[in-house]
Design a protein around this ligand. Structure first.
Ligand code: 5AD
Length: 347
């Protein structure tokens, strides 16, 4: 069977045998990728019209107790100046974001034990009481179920926790021994059980990744059925053990976005910052390959360069207003529009 027929079959069955998916990812040429992108963008438009949902990301702490080999804010990076925003600074970001039209705030940080359950609950409650028409997405890493329950009870709506890779051996090559795929998946299942709209996802082109690993990621997602999926290229950071590893490919990332949309039609799928960093028009190509969400940074400018997960991260020099304006122009150029809405998951 040729790749176009495989893509059609994936669209009908919403899954494929591992070997077929692997071969598709390995051998897709320009024409196959375009076919997948057009199909994925059609599926996306039939669900969401020309609307692109937006979320304002607030990176509020770059302290992290983990030491992931790929990540610029890993504990072992002694070159990095660490920062934490105060509750007031976080709320200021929300105010600015609200006026720019954001109705979802994504609170993202390293795994920072300073932010105890009580502190996070207080922050979540305060944001929810000031912005009743907004959703809160958390991206704070692996926690105990009881902690996730407290966040949810305080009013958090969604949680992003990329699985990074669905293959346990590959997971062990990207992370130190104290982190495991099993615990990551435990967290994802807890989050979904509790009632969060839950997001997983992976990097494309992370060190040691094979085409089969990417196929495993897709099959994991077909099974888990996340509400959101974050996929971006791996990009090296100079102060990590993977500094000399080559970046992931933009075209392969776009193919993964398209296959994800084809498999999971209602999924909320961002064109990620990493994709826009790897290539200037990356996020626009992401939309044209099936993405329907964009997540600009609304953190204070003075700390942005300290939240470098990888080098040359997009948006380090433009403030929230400027980032939003640039995006709006780019999105409108291809006939889409940014939607002022919480943008919840709908099946
Ligand atoms: N390149 C690309 N993505 C990265 N992330 C972390 N480090 C990198 C990197 N060097 C991604 C991970 C994480 C998300 C917050 O950022 O997938 O889950």
């Amino acid at each position: 069977m040729d790749n176009i027929a495989l893509i059609d079959l994936l669209n009908q069955q919403k899954t494929l045998p591992l070997a077929d998916l692997t071969r598709l990812i390995e051998t897709a040429d320009e024409k196959d990728r375009q076919y997948a992108a057009d199909l994925a963008a059609d599926i996306s438009r039939s669900r969401f019209g020309m609307d692109i949902f937006t979320r304002g990301i607030i990176e509020f702490s770059n302290y992290c107790k983990n030491n992931c080999y790929y990540c610029g804010i890993r504990r072992g990076n002694g070159q990095l100046e660490r920062f934490r925003l105060t509750k007031e600074q976080i709320l200021d970001c929300c105010h600015i974001g609200y006026h720019l039209g954001f109705r979802t705030f994504v609170l993202q940080s390293g795994e920072d034990e300073y932010f105890t359950d009580d502190k996070m609950v207080d922050i979540i409650r305060t944001i929810k009481s000031s912005f009743a028409d907004c959703a809160i997405t958390l991206s704070l890493g692996e926690k105990q179920r009881s902690t996730y329950e407290k966040y949810f009870a305080a009013g958090a709506d969604r949680y992003l926790l990329r699985h990074e890779t669905a293959n346990p051996q590959h997971y062990a090559r990207l992370h130190p021994p104290d982190l495991s795929l099993a615990n990551r998946i435990r967290c994802l299942r807890d989050l979904r059980d509790i009632g969060f709209q839950t997001g997983c996802g992976c990097m494309v082109g992370s060190p040691y990744q094979t085409a089969e690993n990417l196929a495993e990621d897709l099959l994991f997602m077909a099974d888990f059925k996340p509400h959101m999926v974050g996929i971006g290229p791996y990009l090296p950071h100079r102060d990590t053990p993977f500094r000399n590893m080559p970046p992931g490919s933009v075209t392969k990332t776009l193919l993964m976005l398209s296959l994800t949309r084809i498999m999971l039609p209602p999924v909320l799928l961002p064109a990620t910052t990493a994709l826009g960093t790897a290539q200037q028009d990356g996020r626009i190509l992401g939309i044209l390959a099936g993405a329907n969400v964009i997540m600009p940074n609304i953190s204070p400018l003075n700390i942005r360069n300290k939240y470098e997960l990888y080098n040359h991260k997009l948006g380090i020099h433009s403030d929230a207003q400027e980032s939003a304006n640039i995006l709006r122009r780019q999105v409108e150029q291809i006939g889409y529009r940014l939607r002022i809405d919480r943008g919840d998951y709908r099946n």
